[in-house]
Design a protein around this ligand. Structure first.
Ligand SMILES: Nc1nc2c(ncn2[C@@H]2O[C@H](COP(=O)(O)OP(=O)(O)OP(=O)(O)O)[C@@H](O)[C@H]2O)c(=O)[nH]1
Ligand SMILES: [Mg+2]
Length: 461
């Protein structure tokens, strides 16, 4: 589909900073030549067996200078990450060492790899489809174990395997229609429209809609949600943050107005990365710093996906709580009563907030009710209590847009079939639907799509 690249690329493939080892990766037709130029194996063998690790030293061939003691591996095409010849130089994980090794490799004819270029080559050389390339980014950036699992499934081809049978079905339909176009005078009807319509509904549209239903889930596990803990001063917001994190992250004191700057951390709520943000307690204040904190809190509340609205069950509910509740009502809200350990079983009267409002009771200090709160957060972010089909695939935004277009093309096709339009027109609709699906797996991708996908990668991947 795309010819193999003539250039050889190289990059530092391990993260910046000090580490036990750091790896410079080289891919392309000159990889082996460069390895021979920069690396001297201790054993004097002059050739490298593929997929074997060699111990030796890296030198700069221009000056003869010793660069590092290293392990090197040469992997001959096509059994490699990119399907090209690949060399990895395992050096000491010092950024300065790695830089000088990379610079030397570049001086021998390699080009600095663009972000994601190794994976892009793996895709262009047909080792993986586009959804698998995207899964590689997801694995690198996942923030929960669940996110990693979903990405691994996609890397194993879960999404591809869901798209392929639908594409195969559409391809068959197109073929039927083409035959019917070529032989308009046949006695038997080659493309029975009623039957095509049934196939379209059952084997194309339904599976596509089911995939689309999973896209929301993909977004959630990939991007997570932002939740602000809001309430009056001293109700225990920072204590709640600490309880959720299981760590004394925020300052907690009995003095109202303790938190000024907002504090945020990411927690794993049943696999969803939740950014949890502790804010300044909201009240009228003369203090300049506190006022800035409160303004900040209001901005964060506005941009948050949802709000945990906290009141102090022991201190009594005041007009301030009710006024704040009124202001927050337009957001997805989880109302929580804190400090129930001080209530002796008697919760304050919460009827003023509305008779039908469900409240959770917790004690942030004693870490009671925290699991229930997490479950409630999960239920709220997943809508109907997380009733997703566990299908092992989580389409991303790009897939979602293409799936949406495919479903729309499907509807047009169904209407055309019902309207008994000519086979030529039907074939156009089928092709449109096919194009959308081909774009997802990367079979008919334009440079723009590739640029967008691979721009998300980090260097060296
Ligand atoms: N008994 C009891 N005390 C609590 C509980 N949660 C918080 N507190 C106490 O309430 C006081 C205020 O707690 P914070 O977590 O600082 O409250 P806050 O809402 O962050 O306060 P500001 O940052 O000032 O808005 C502290 O003395 C906490 O120890 C609880 O569940 N039970
Ligand atoms: Mg606080």
């Amino acid at each position: 589909m795309h010819g193999f690249s003539e250039t050889t690329i190289a990059a530092i493939s391990t993260p910046p900073g000090a580490g036990g080892i750091g790896i410079v990766r080289i891919s392309g037709p000159q990889a082996l030549k460069i390895l021979n130029a920069v690396f001297r194996p201790r054993s004097s063998s002059c050739s490298f067996d593929s997929h074997h690790l060699y111990y030796g030293h890296l030198h700069d061939p221009r000056s003869g200078k010793l660069l590092d003691e290293a392990m090197a591996v040469y992997m001959a095409a096509p059994r490699t990450y990119t399907r090209e010849d690949v060399v990895e130089l395992h050096c000491h994980g010092s950024y300065l060492v790695l830089r000088s090794v990379l610079e030397t490799v570049l001086s021998q004819g390699a080009l600095l790899a663009a972000p994601g270029e190794f994976t892009k080559r793996a895709f262009l050389n047909g080792r993986i489809d586009l959804t698998q390339a995207e899964a590689v980014i997801d694995i690198l950036t996942a923030r929960t174990r669940k996110g990693v699992d979903l990405a691994q499934e996609q890397l194993a081809g879960a999404l591809y395997r869901r798209i392929e049978p639908i594409r195969a079905r559409l391809t068959r339909m197109r073929a039927l229609l083409e035959v019917a176009i070529d032989f308009p005078d046949e006695e038997v009807e080659i493309a029975d429209h009623q039957q095509l319509l049934e196939e379209l509904r059952g084997e194309v549209e339904d599976p596509l809609r089911r995939l689309l239903a999973n896209a929301e889930r993909g977004r959630l596990y990939r991007e997570g949600v932002a939740i602000v803990i809001a309430g009056l001063p001293n109700v225990g917001k920072s204590s709640l943050l600490n309880a959720l994190l299981q760590e004394e992250r925020a300052l907690v004191t009995a003095i109202p107005g303790t938190t000024r700057d907002s504090i945020e951390e990411i927690i794993d709520v049943h696999g969803v990365p939740v950014r949890i943000i502790d804010t300044a307690g909201i009240r009228e204040t003369e203090g300049e710093v506190e006022a800035l904190g409160i303004q900040r809190a209001r901005e964060l509340i506005n941009s948050a996906d949802m709000v945990v609205f906290l009141v102090d069950g022991a201190g009594g509910i005041g007009p301030g709580d009710i006024e704040l509740y009124r202001q927050l009502r337009h957001k997805p809200l989880l109302p929580v009563v804190n400090k129930v350990d001080l209530c002796g079983g008697n919760l304050p009267d919460l009827a003023a907030f509305g008779a039908d409002q469900q409240w959770l009771s917790i004690s942030a200090k004693r870490q009671e009710g925290i699991e229930e709160l997490k479950a409630a957060i999960f239920a709220l972010v997943t809508g109907e209590g997380g009733q997703w089909e566990e299908e092992g695939c989580a389409p991303n935004l790009r897939h979602q847009a293409a799936l949406q277009q495919a479903v729309e093309a499907c509807s047009r096709l169904a209407a055309s079939l019902e309207g008994a339009l000519s086979n030529d027109l039907l074939a156009v609709d089928v092709q449109e639907c096919l194009d959308c699906l081909s774009a997802i797996v990367g079979e008919t991708t334009t440079e723009d799509i590739l640029d967008v996908v691979f721009a998300e990668f980090c260097l060296g991947k």
